[in-house]
Design a protein around this ligand. Structure first.
Ligand code: CMP
Length: 137
């Protein structure tokens, strides 16, 4: 059993498709072990995405992720990291396979609806960034 971190980004929250996205997870064998809605500060987003700080898109990424509330979740299930990434589809929605979350709900590589941890190690780090042990069930 694995755990991974999922973020429903500001674009999808604004579109009112939180429930539709969560249904993709629950209908495909992932369980919500923790969940909250919050607004990231610039400092939060900068810390969370620190690995990207030298990339040319870093400024836009922080601006976008702080543009409105997000929903953060811990998803739990067998192969949760890979399963979540399969359900999300490619980072660029134009390259995302039909039927994936990004193909169905995302507009652009920045406004791409969801974030998911890319490895088990990063999942542990990202989960600890947002949740205390007592918030995960
Ligand atoms: P995410 O999975 O949240 O991780 C970093 C984010 O940076 C990514 O999704 C994209 O929304 C955003 N991004 C913008 N431009 C790029 C790019 N050229 N390559 C990768 N990620 C990008």
């Amino acid at each position: 059993m694995e755990r991974t971190l999922s973020i429903i980004k500001p674009d999808a929250v604004k579109k009112n498709v939180i429930g539709k996205i969560i249904d993709r997870f629950e209908s495909n064998g992932l369980r919500i072990a923790a969940m909250k809605k919050l607004q990231l500060s610039e400092q939060d987003a900068g810390e969370f995405y620190a690995v990207h700080k030298d990339r040319p898109f870093f400024g836009e990424l922080v601006e976008f992720m702080t543009s409105g509330p997000v929903v953060v979740m811990v998803l739990e299930g067998e192969n949760a990291v890979a399963k979540n990434r399969e359900l999300m589809g490619a980072t660029n929605p134009k390259e995302a396979a039909p039927g994936t979350i990004r193909a169905d709900f995302a507009e652009s590589i920045d406004a791409n609806a969801v974030h998911g941890s890319d490895s088990l190690e990063n999942a542990r780090i990202e989960i600890a960034f947002f949740f205390a042990q007592r918030e995960i069930h």
